[in-house]
Design a protein around this ligand. Structure first.
Ligand SMILES: Cc1ncc(COP(=O)(O)O)c(C=O)c1O
Length: 379
């Protein structure tokens, strides 16, 4: 019999919830695509280039002009020189970038350290390449990383550490100490780091996103993944990029070339023009911060405990004062009795740890935020 890879994996939580709420009045408060519209300028550019450039393939590493614009942004943000020619590659979104990077470096029996709760695409990518995920639980209540625990799990089989900052779905962000510890732990090893930074422009309360690119030495062993889909509210475009050292990027590009060959041409031209004009990332950030304050302003009078979210557009709620039901069951009851769907946090743990926490996205229009939060006040 043919043995299919990943045969035992079921649907992800976002798909499960969207199927459950379809054709009902239940508010999908777990929806991952934002209600925030993308810039008119960007869509106009996309339409222009769909007309003008649709018959072209771009270079397998991505449109050079776009890579140059990314290099300029990195220089401006982190003071780091990254070569558009050798160290930046355009991808079909962050998910593909993650899969390609993992499959470039992970072989049978290799170990990959990752932190839970974890975004759902990491483990399937590790396992389909014969790797073994090594899980470290983030520490509550602020979901920081216990670097002492990480150190104990590292050995000669460890090939990768996957980090994610700002973190989906807890909203935790890296601080200087995290960068220093990651550097210390990997120093003198052959471990590479994949840093999922798709929420890099969504950090609140005057705090700053700390990329692994902010440290030159760490940057050398890292592959940093970004998503234009998330940055510009165009997740449906499925376009992003990774940045690495020339040594690592050369290996990744070989894999990517035969996985996807070239990325969508018109969107690359549109994004290159858009970046050339200079983007004010703080606008979406401010908008999201206001939404967070708005919805949490309503929820502060509820029986849920709000877990501070420092970044992303996700908010976690602790319901342990309300019920001791399993989070999956409680989430189901909220849908059936209160008409609002949140995601249970246990689905982001390999062993379904249940800490009585649910989450939602605040990248929604204020009417939805208000309606959903008011339902939660009744719980
Ligand atoms: C942490 C994280 N990584 C990666 C992705 C995937 O991004 P993309 O849509 O560009 O594949 C997402 C999407 O929500 C995400 O939350």
């Amino acid at each position: 019999m043919i043995k299919a890879k990943l045969a035992s994996i079921g649907k992800d939580i976002y798909t499960v919830i969207s199927e459950l709420v379809q054709d009902t009045d239940i508010i999908n408060f777990a929806k991952i695509s934002p209600d925030i519209p993308c810039s008119d300028k960007l869509t106009e550019l996309a339409i222009k280039y769909i007309k003008e450039k649709s018959v072209e393939y771009t270079h397998p590493h991505g449109l050079f002009e776009l890579r140059e614009e990314i290099a300029k942004e990195i220089k401006q943000r982190y003071g780091l020189n990254k070569s558009a020619l050798n160290e930046i590659t355009i991808t079909a979104g962050a998910t593909q970038a993650m899969y390609t990077a993992i499959s470039t470096f992970v072989n049978e029996g290799d170990e990959v350290v990752l932190f839970e709760p974890a975004f759902n695409s990491y483990v399937p990518a590790i396992e389909s390449n014969g790797g073994r995920p090594v899980f470290v639980q983030r520490t509550q209540p602020d979901y920081h990383i216990d670097w002492e625990a990480v150190l104990k799990l590292i050995n000669t089989r460890t090939k990768l550490i996957i980090v994610n900052t700002p973190h989906n779905p807890t909203g935790a962000i890296f601080n200087e100490e995290d960068i220093a510890q990651l550097k210390k732990i990997t120093n003198g090893t052959n471990i590479n780091i994949i840093s999922d930074e798709v929420f890099e422009h969504m950090v609140f309360d005057g705090q700053k996103h700390l990329s692994v690119l902010s440290d030159e030495k760490l940057a050398e062993r890292s592959i940093v993944i970004s998503s234009f889909g998330i940055a510009f509210n165009v997740p449906g475009w499925k376009i992003g990029y990774y940045v690495s050292s020339e040594k690592l990027m050369t290996k990744i590009r070989k894999k990517q070339h035969f996985q996807i060959n070239a990325i969508n041409t018109p969107f690359q031209y549109a994004l290159a023009d858009y970046l050339k004009e200079g983007v004010d990332y703080s606008l979406t950030n401010k908008q999201l911060e206001k939404k967070k304050q708005f919805v949490n302003g309503i929820l502060k009078d509820s029986k849920f405990k709000i877990i501070p979210s420092k970044g992303t557009f996700y908010q976690l709620l602790d319901y342990s004062d309300i019920s001791q039901e399993k989070d999956t069951e409680f989430a189901r009851r909220l849908m059936d009795e209160f008409g609002v769907a949140l995601f249970p946090l246990s689905v982001f743990y390999h062993d379904s740890i249940d800490n009585k926490i649910l989450g939602f996205s605040f990248a929604r229009n204020n009417e939805v935020l208000s309606k959903a939060a008011k339902q939660l006040l009744k719980v």
